[in-house]
Design a binder for this molecule. Structure first.
Ligand code: NDP
Length: 284
């Protein structure tokens, strides 16, 4: 029987998730149908669409902008949250809590939320051959994407973390909130600064800002260097990566993170492990 999945967002037409998951279905021999689902930008519409999907037998849903926080609230009040979703304050993967279903709870009340974005990033960096164990890492940006990657990076064994942002208060607020949510994060004593003041030598610098959408460039300090620069954005020219390439660093965009988070969602839903390297090659 065909298993049904959706990615819900607004806008959604650009999403590459259906191609990625359709490939996973072919790789694993599962009969799946994965579709884009547009939704008006309000919580009531999101809840109505998701309830109808799972009530109708849907197996799993990915959640993208602007609904990740709404999905978090929805799951917190119903079927629960994974540790990564709790700390991220955001959900990108919806599934049903089987223990609740077994007790007779209806699907709409059994919605469970996970967040695979951060682990998708960690897996991609490791796939590229970089060890995070003992690494000195800087993240530029303090929005939802940065929030979601901090715990997985710490779990992967990084030594030091600095979060730089255009608006310093957002970086300090983020560290404060994350430290309350997780003792592993509190123990790490994350440093913060304004982006232009981020300087020194790092193993890895991750651009988690949305600046690539604007055509502007980040004000990077001349005394800032790294071995490996990673931009979470993909599918366009990225001045952040060009800047560090010119300084001799290796670089990567975030397309592999997208495939990585998708693979983890697929695994949560179906129990099938994806050969991400093979899938990435096929999707090139
Ligand atoms: P948010 O809107 O939550 O945060 C945006 C961040 O970018 C803030 O830190 C903001 O700084 C900063 N920023 C925006 N414009 C500028 C600018 N002109 N100059 C300097 N800083 C700027 O976005 P998200 O965190 O959700 O997403 C960030 C990026 O990560 C996006 O590009 C998204 O596509 C990408 N992403 C990629 C994924 C993947 O799978 N590859 C998964 C998830 C996200 P300030 O606080 O000062 O406003």
């Amino acid at each position: 029987m065909t298993q049904h999945f959706i990615v819900i967002g607004n806008p959604i037409a650009h999403s590459k998730s259906p191609e990625i998951h359709t490939l996973f279905g072919a790789q694993t021999g599962l009969d799946i149908c994965y579709q884009r689902q547009y939704c008006p930008d309000d919580a009531a519409s999101f809840t109505a669409v998701i309830e109808a999907f799972f009530h109708g037998g849907g197996i799993g849903a990915n959640v993208t902008v602007p609904f990740k926080q709404i999905a978090y609230e929805c799951c917190a009040a119903r079927g629960g949250l994974s540790e990564h979703a709790k700390v991220a304050g955001a959900v990108n993967t919806l599934l049903l809590n089987k223990a609740l279903l077994a007790k007779g709870v209806p699907p709409a009340e059994a919605l469970y939320g996970d967040n695979t974005d951060g682990q998708g990033l960690v897996n991609h960096i490791q796939r590229l051959g970089w060890s995070l164990q003992g690494a000195r890492v800087a993240i530029i940006g303090a929005g939802g994407a940065a929030r979601g990657v901090v715990l997985p990076l710490i779990e992967a064994g990084i030594e030091q973390l600095t979060i730089a942002n255009r608006t310093l208060s957002k970086a300090t607020d983020l560290v404060h909130e994350l430290s309350i949510a997780s003792t592993a994060i509190a123990d790490k004593q994350i440093k913060t600064c304004v982006t232009a003041e981020l300087s020194g030598e790092f193993d890895i610098i991750i651009n988690a800002t949305s600046i690539g959408l604007s055509g502007e460039t980040l004000p990077l300090n001349n005394a800032l260097n790294c071995h490996f620069a990673y931009d979470m954005m993909y599918g366009r020219e990225l001045p952040f990566l060009q800047h560090f390439e010119a300084r001799g660093a290796q670089t990567s965009d975030g397309y592999g993170m997208l495939i990585g988070q998708a693979a983890l969602s697929f695994e949560r839903w179906t129990g099938h492990i994806i050969d991400v390297a093979k899938a990435s090659e096929a999707l090139k």
